[in-house]
Design a protein around this ligand. Structure first.
Ligand code: NOJ
Length: 584
């Protein structure tokens, strides 16, 4: 991804009328990746009863919404993002009765449950696809994207794929079905065929399934790659990528021509007339600010907020495996632009981590000497932005990346496929291993570190993925007992969002946009202004040049990440973050 141009100060226009307050402005979402959260039956894989067991922990943290990564029936080719039955629970995770119990127990603690909705594609083992592939005349043939080989070429010949697109998981985005001699489209793995949303029967089947879950008591959906469901027809070749034989097909499936129509139809068919308290979140790679405004404008009735990826692409070179250091000014320019762009209409999701991203403290902070300070700093900066913050399991403990020793330590399909493809293109195994260590999604997927026991309290069996050896030191038990822990810092930030309208709804104003180490901004509402200053470096940094600097010296210190904060606005210590409040 190219560097984001530094912009001047990004400010919400003053004098804009306050917009309608929504419940999720003061809410915090916690993401559970069930496979790695908590095992209850000793098979080494996390499950729903395990989630129930930890609900009190989540209630102590104070979160409002629990987003569950997929728990549906699945062959687990992509850890559940390949669904073979949308209306059943995978036996690995439990049963529908376990699920109902989770919903009831979460609701009893005031926590809403949001499901992952994966409807850009199904598993190739879903009965819809099994029927679709059975013959060219199948009634469901058109539910997926079937195409003959490229004109003049034989099925299976090199380059005979209907378009030259690369899949997200390496290799071509088309797979030949030998029986019918046609190819099907899969933007992800070959076991994740894309659904054809042009077909109204597909859309109705998806909406019916969504209504079924809402009737069962769930509180909304996080919609997986939902801005890819509308394809630009006819499907055609894209620009060939510099790093391989295939092409970038994204212009033909990112925010395609019918995307807004589909989401508005989904809203009408699924959400209209139901509780205002349901949550809809669109995961949208490569979405622009302008598109995001349209998606999240409440008047358009599409989704409540989008998950965008610009800021987590700033340390990528040409592609995600090609890493470069993060420039703080670029991070501020990017997040500041999103704050300004959605200031009047729409709403942001705020996150550093999820199950697809390396651990933030290792990536943007310092997971050595200043692990605790930098984890708290990242939390402070993010949670004080305007938008709904997301905490990914273990982030609240300051969990770090995994010390991978060799390429066969990686289990994630994206990483495994990339290793093979990159070696095929002549890259050295050492280089590719280094890229995987830094960028692999597996960094986020090691089990949650509950205690210092051999499997970190995650399982009594053999964990499906080894626990990080640093669990002896970094674990929930230790952090709950320590009032200065990363956990309690997150708890305080969540409390602040709940109790303080300036955090939930205040205007955002970026300061010192060009400063290479200091991240500074204000939030203001009515007579209150909150200032956040954070030192993204391991050196002391004076905070010079803030507008109204002299007044901040006497302001109330709301929160800091050093035990002895001292008075006024002194130079910031390594990875120090402070939050001040002033009333006019
Ligand atoms: C985005 C999800 O977050 C990721 O984990 C998954 O592999 C792809 N979509 C495909 O569903």
């Amino acid at each position: 991804m190219s560097a984001v141009e530094a912009t001047p100060e990004t400010t919400q226009p003053k004098g804009t009328p306050p917009r309608e307050r929504q419940w999720f402005h003061s809410a915090v979402v916690y993401q559970v990746y069930p496979r790695s959260f908590q095992d209850s039956d000793g098979d080494g894989i996390g499950d729903l009863r395990g989630v129930v067991r930890r609900l009190d922990y989540l209630a102590t943290l104070g979160i409002d919404v629990l987003w569950l990564s997929p728990i549906y029936a699945s062959p687990q080719d992509d850890n559940g993002y390949d669904i073979s039955d949308y209306q059943d629970i995978d036996p690995t995770f439990g049963t529908l009765a376990d699920f109902d119990d989770l919903v009831a127990q979460a609701h009893a603690r005031g926590i809403r449950i949001v499901m992952d909705l994966v409807v850009n594609h199904t598993s190739d083992e879903h009965p819809w696809f099994v029927e679709s592939r059975s013959s060219k005349d199948s009634a469901k043939r058109d539910w997926y994207w079937w195409r003959p080989p490229r004109e003049g070429m034989d099925a299976g010949a090199p380059g005979a794929e209907p378009t030259n697109w690369q899949s997200f998981f390496s290799g071509p985005a088309w797979e030949l079905d030998e029986a019918t001699g046609e190819y099907y489209l899969h933007l992800f793995s070959r076991k994740q065929p894309d659904l054809n949303w042009e077909n109204p029967e597909v859309r109705e089947a998806v909406y019916a399934m969504m209504r079924w879950w809402l009737d069962r008591g769930v509180d909304g959906f996080r919609m997986d790659v939902i801005n890819m469901i509308s394809k630009d027809l006819p499907l055609r070749d894209g620009r060939v990528l510099d790093h391989g034989p295939y092409a970038d097909g994204s212009p033909f499936y990112i925010c395609g021509p019918r995307i807004h129509e589909f989401l508005q139809e989904m809203h009408r068919e699924v959400f209209a007339g139901r509780s205002e308290k349901l949550l809809t979140v669109g995961e949208m790679p490569a979405v622009t600010v302008d598109e995001a405004v349209l998606f999240t404008d409440p008047a358009r009735r599409e989704v409540d907020m989008v998950f965008q990826f610009e800021h987590v692409g700033l340390d990528h070179g040409e592609h995600k495996w090609d890493r470069r250091p993060l420039e703080l000014a670029e991070l501020k320019a990017s997040l500041g632009r999103w704050q300004a762009g959605l200031a009047e209409v729409g709403w942001n999701s705020l996150y550093w981590n999820n199950h697809d991203q390396p651990r933030a403290v290792s990536r943007f902070g310092d997971d050595g000497q200043y692990r605790v300070e930098s984890a708290k700093l990242l939390a402070t900066v993010l949670h004080l932005h305007r938008g709904t913050p997301y905490v990914y399991q273990g982030e609240e403990l300051g969990m770090t990346n995994v010390p991978f020793a060799a390429h066969d330590d990686f289990l994630d399909i994206e990483s495994v496929n990339y290793y093979r493809a990159a070696l095929g293109l002549g890259r050295s195994p050492e280089d590719v291993l280094e890229a995987l260590r830094e960028g692999s999604r597996d960094n986020a997927r090691s089990p949650v570190q509950w205690d210092a026991s051999p499997h970190a309290g995650f399982t009594t069996g053999e964990p499906w993925f080894p626990v990080n050896p640093n669990h002896a030191e970094i674990n929930a038990d230790a952090e709950l007992a320590d009032p200065d822990s990363v956990f309690h810092h997150y708890r305080r930030l969540i409390e602040l969002r709940h109790s303080d309208p300036v955090v939930a709804d205040g205007d955002f104003h970026m300061l010192l946009p060009e400063h290479p180490s200091i991240y500074a901004f204000t939030r203001s509402l009515d007579t209150q202004t909150v200032l956040v200053v954070a030192n993204f470096s391991g050196d002391d940094q004076p905070v010079d040049g803030l507008p109204g600097e002299e007044d901040w010296g006497a302001a109330e210190l709301v929160l800091g990440n050093y035990p002895e904060p001292g008075a006024g606005l002194p130079p910031l210590r390594p990875w120090e973050a402070r939050v001040y409040r002033r009333r006019a």
